[in-house]
Design a protein around this ligand. Sequence first.
Ligand code: HEC
Length: 161
Amino acid sequence: MGKRTGWGRAALGLLAAGLLAGCAPGGDDGDGVEATLDSLWEARLKGCGECHGPPPRLVDTGPDMTTQTAFLALRDSTPDDYPGWERAGNCIIPLIDPENPGNSLVITSLIEEKSTQLVNKEGCTSAFSSHETLGETLHPTNDADLIDALTTWIADGAQDN
Ligand code: HEC
């Protein structure tokens, strides 16, 4: 037990150091997640392909998200490009709209506030609730850095970086 407490203290120290570094002007987006595809991929996006990919994955007729290149291809497609895809939502906006995070399904299907804004504006059904049921959403309270980095990456043009 004593040893555990020691490790806990060390971890807290590291966390504090990380937070301070994250606050430095001109630094990254905090917590080591940067607004680049490489960083976002490592931090979160590589998990998307567990469901969004070729069979036998959960959502197997929609866009492939199993590789960085495939994920990037979302920039050039909308849900309409996947006629066989049984979608939970019917908001027809691009999957990723470079420079416009609020008009990107990748954002509105993961972040509740963005989902609500889209639903109120377009009067459509969002797939946010599917991710919520599966525990796959992003929450400002515990994923603030990730949300920032993902939003910034799209706002910066969703580049291959
Ligand atoms: C545990 C399985 C699972 C994971 C992991 C997952 N999703 Fe989904 N996703 C779903 C399901 C189920 C749906 C609802 C069916 C549909 O609309 O395709 C969905 C829907 C979507 C949609 C379509 C939204 C719409 O309006 O139709 C997008 C975009 C999406 N997910 C992106 C992502 C991204 C990006 C990640 C990774 C951060 C991710 N998903 C991780 C299961 C998952």
